[in-house]
Write a protein that binds this ligand. Structure first.
Ligand SMILES: Nc1ncnc2c1ncn2[C@@H]1O[C@H](COP(=O)(O)OP(=O)(O)OP(=O)(O)O)[C@@H](O)[C@H]1O
Ligand SMILES: [Mg+2]
Length: 207
């Protein structure tokens, strides 16, 4: 019997079907691919492109995208620091469940604070949290601005916008860094291949 947070008198009920059995069924290893970076850095682009690539290879993945989750699970959260932290905590817990289900869970969120990302990493077994840093300069992201949010932030119409008047803490160490080479940004297919190759080489695409 345990007390966890505000939950008292709770018991863990063990599943008779284990993670190893689920992974065998799917012929893959459950893991979390956590994509972090500024708005406009290409997180969703990479997430859904990787989702498609893995699907084509017969691997089951699912995308937890920041904006999409704010339509439901996280719709009661705003963008104050404590809400951003709770947003990431919830997604980290859901990602953990998806990985335990045997899926390759692709989480794409700005996730600006290092300690929040590290807390999600700490939920996962060793090596099964793959942090992908979209290391794109602010000028590039702002130049893309497909949602027009940077424009609104610069005009002071959005307060606390990451990269403008709210901090982004780059990962100190991450498994994959997507960045410009000789001033040229990798194309979406190139970014996708880089992550898919990492997953393959690390043994996640078989059980
Ligand atoms: N590798 C790339 N090369 C060129 N353009 C790209 C690349 N990746 C993404 N883009 C373009 O950049 C824009 C922003 O990409 P995307 O929506 O994936 O960013 P995001 O990081 O998910 O942003 P947000 O945090 O606001 O959701 C889109 O218009 C997309 O088509
Ligand atoms: Mg996005």
């Amino acid at each position: 019997m345990a007390t966890i947070g505000n939950s008292t008198n709770i018991f863990w009920h063990e599943s008779p079907v284990g993670k190893a059995e689920r992974q065998k069924l799917l012929n893959q290893q459950g893991c979390v691919v956590w994509i972090t970076g500024l708005s406009g850095s290409g997180k969703s682009t990479l997430a859904y492109s990787l989702n498609r690539e893995l699907h084509t290879r017969g691997k089951l993945s699912y995308v937890l995208d920041g904006d999409n989750l704010r339509h439901g699970l996280n719709k009661n959260l705003g963008f104050a620091a404590e809400d951003r932290t709770e947003n990431i905590r919830r997604v980290g817990e859901v990602a953990k469940l998806f990985a335990d289900a045997g899926l390759i869970c692709i989480a794409s969120l700005i996730s600006p604070y290092g300690k929040d990302r590290d807390a999600c990493r700490a939920l996962m077994p060793d090596k099964s949290f793959i942090e992908v840093f979209m290391n794109m300069p602010l000028e590039i992201c702002e130049g893309r601005d497909p949602k027009g949010l940077y424009k609104l932030a610069r005009a002071g119409k959005i307060k606390g916008f990451t990269g403008i008047d709210d901090p982004y803490e780059p990962p100190l160490s991450c498994e994959i860094e997507i960045k410009q080479k000789d001033g040229i940004c990798p194309t979406p297919p190139e970014m996708t291949t880089e992550v898919a190759t990492y997953l393959e080489d690390s043994g996640f695409l078989q059980a």
